[in-house]
Design a binder for this molecule. Structure first.
Ligand SMILES: Nc1ncnc2c1ncn2[C@@H]1O[C@H](COP(=O)(O)OP(=O)(O)OP(=O)(O)O)[C@@H](O)[C@H]1O
Ligand SMILES: [Mn+2]
Length: 563
């Protein structure tokens, strides 16, 4: 009898403990976790649904992510990505774009495309005649002129505010096309061609041709930059590697596109993963002898190829299919430079690309004050855009941002293109604080950026969860390992802490609020969504606590400077 009671007591205790551990504790943890508890000073309690616009992103992501979607559910279940994109901050109505705000006009692009197709057809005719004379087998693929092609729509949708609009359905179509459409041509990229195979194997820094990337043309003339897989998902950059000799990671390119979209920057061209058959889809379609010449069959019978230059330097840099299939990232090409020129500008926070070099910003705490006086950082939003870029790079851990590009058409107020993100996601356990130097030294941030970062720090929209879900839509899922996803949340908290604690070194914060981070409300011509954004965000914020929650009204009591 006593034994029975003991057994009963033991069972009850076990049930109670399990209850405590699995139900009560997680609840307590979720209440106590994060910096944005509903009563805390950092609360930004924006409405979860409705109000400003209806969700328009139901068709946005491809296959798997779509399958996962369930209607937005305020209790925390369902798709977080869908809830994020349905959030008012992501649904601010934008005014229609005028012709001057678009990068390209439809007729201009269509003419360009038509000329390209007929040039290609003429060229293919001559090429196959010559190939037949020389006994070279070429796979002839039929190209199609498709006025509705996804890449064409993507190019037409580029505006002075962003590479694509939030609800642009051409983008998911383009992702799908890049992941599966027939490849009709493979070649070196322009910058590799510019090297003309020149190699300097004595150069340690930025070894030319290290990167082994290709330009692939698809059957409807879409063009993508292919970066092959060089590293397994769970390999980490070795401790002793300098960032400038680190591998380029195809999965980092893919993940960066998704992150950029989730942050609502829309400054990274669409990137999809693809399993490419290097024999059938590269070797057999290339018309470049140089490229054909770097292919070989490995002792394990796999098809491999070298970077043009490193062929004569280090043979271990070859990449191999298994036996022909190779993962890679496909990054949608931007419109050609002849129809939409871009300029490449050195990043003011550029790193030294030598073993021992140090740049001024690393040694001078007042560096930002100097930059603020210099054109084009002395007016407009260029500096705020650089700070956005540093936030983006800090999240991915990319230290290789030596330049940035802008479309010349949009002048100084154009957005910055975030091209080349392949050196992110190298070390999940390390946060490279120096990448955030533009933010921590200048102590300013766009309000629209801060609002979204704060939203993504809330459990209902947790960045790692939204990223995980978004990346599920890529053919190469899982694109990032869990530790890399979780690192995003940690880094996001670090950025928000940085914003809260920011003290400009020179005390030159400006205005009446020196010594605090400046939260910049953008002017109409620079905001990525047009001038309605400011009013809409104001409306969203009205009735809520200030950004830092320290006071009721912005400006006076929050101690922030509003511009
Ligand atoms: N999606 C794109 N569309 C058009 N051009 C692009 C695109 N992505 C990159 N480029 C151009 O190609 C150049 C090289 O690309 P990327 O930087 O990705 O390769 P990389 O091998 O890392 O080169 P680098 O060593 O110069 O950094 C870029 O500077 C840019 O001008
Ligand atoms: Mn690069």
């Amino acid at each position: 009898m006593r034994r029975d009671r003991l057994l009963l007591a033991a069972t009850l205790t076990a049930i109670l403990s399990a209850d405590l551990y699995f139900i009560l504790l997680p609840k307590l943890r979720s209440v106590g976790s994060g910096e944005f508890c509903s009563c805390g000073p950092d609360n930004l309690s924006l409405p979860v649904q409705g109000g400003l616009a209806t969700p328009r992103l139901y068709n946005w992501t491809s296959s798997a992510a779509l399958v996962l979607r369930t209607p937005a559910d305020p209790t925390g279940g369902g798709s977080k990505m869908e809830r994020l994109f349905a959030h008012p901050l992501y649904n601010i109505q934008t005014p229609a774009l005028g012709p001057e705000e678009r990068l390209l006009q439809a007729e201009q692009l269509m003419d360009y495309y038509r000329r390209k197709v007929s040039r290609w057809e003429r060229h293919m005719k001559l090429y196959s005649e010559a190939a037949a004379l020389n006994n070279i087998t070429v796979t002839q693929h039929k190209v199609t002129f498709d006025p509705d092609a996804s890449w064409l729509k993507f190019h037409l949708g580029i505006s002075r505010y962003a590479l694509y609009s939030r609800d642009d359905l051409a983008v998911p179509r383009l992702l799908k096309d890049m992941g599966s459409m027939e490849i009709v041509n493979a070649d070196y990229t322009q910058d590799e061609k510019a090297l003309k195979g020149a190699c300097d194997c004595t150069q340690v820094v930025k070894p030319s041709g290290h990167h082994l990337k290709l330009a692939l043309k698809m059957q409807n003339f879409a063009k993508a930059m292919f970066k092959p897989m060089r590293q397994q998902r769970d390999d980490q950059t070795p401790e002793d590697f300098f960032y400038f000799v680190d591998f380029q990671r195809h999965n980092a390119e893919i993940a960066a596109f998704h992150l950029d979209r989730i942050l609502d920057f829309r400054r990274v061209p669409p990137v999809a993963g693809r399993l490419v058959n290097v024999t059938g889809e590269v070797l057999q379609v290339t018309q470049t002898d140089d490229l054909r010449a770097v292919f070989f069959t490995s002792p394990a019978n796999n098809t491999c190829f070298f970077a043009k230059c490193l062929y004569v330097c280090k043979t271990e840099y070859a990449v191999c299919g298994s036996p022909d299939l190779l993962e890679g990232s496909m990054s949608a090409y931007l419109p050609g430079l002849s129809i939409s020129p871009r300029i490449s500008i050195p990043n003011p926070w550029v790193r030294s690309y030598t073993f021992a070099g140090q740049e001024e910003w690393e040694a001078n705490p007042f560096y930002c004050d100097n930059i603020k006086k210099l054109y084009p950082y002395n007016s407009g939003n260029r500096l705020l855009n650089i700070i956005d870029m540093s936030i983006f790079d800090f999240l991915t851990g990319n230290m290789d941002r030596h330049h940035y590009e802008v479309f010349t058409k949009f002048g100084d107020e154009g957005f910055l293109l975030h091209l080349d993100n392949a050196r992110g996601f190298g070390k999940h356990a390390q946060d490279e604080m120096s990448i955030l130097a533009p933010l921590t030294q200048c102590c300013m941030i766009k309000r629209s950026t801060l609002l979204r970062l704060q939203l993504l720090a809330q459990p209902e929209f947790r960045l790692s969860d939204v990223m995980r879900e978004s990346l599920e839509g890529d053919p190469l899922r899982p694109v990032l390992t869990e530790p890399h996803l979780l690192a995003l949340d940690r880094r996001l908290q670090t950025i928000l802490r940085g914003v809260r604690r920011c003290r400009p070194a020179a005390g030159g914060g400006g205005g009446d609020h020196q010594g605090l981070c400046q939260i910049h409300r953008e002017t109409s011509d620079c905001d990525s969504d047009g001038n309605d954004q400011v009013t809409e965000e104001d409306r969203l914020l009205s009735g809520h606590r200030g950004l830092h929650g320290e006071a009721q009204s912005p400006g006076e009591q929050t101690g922030l400077s509003w511009f």
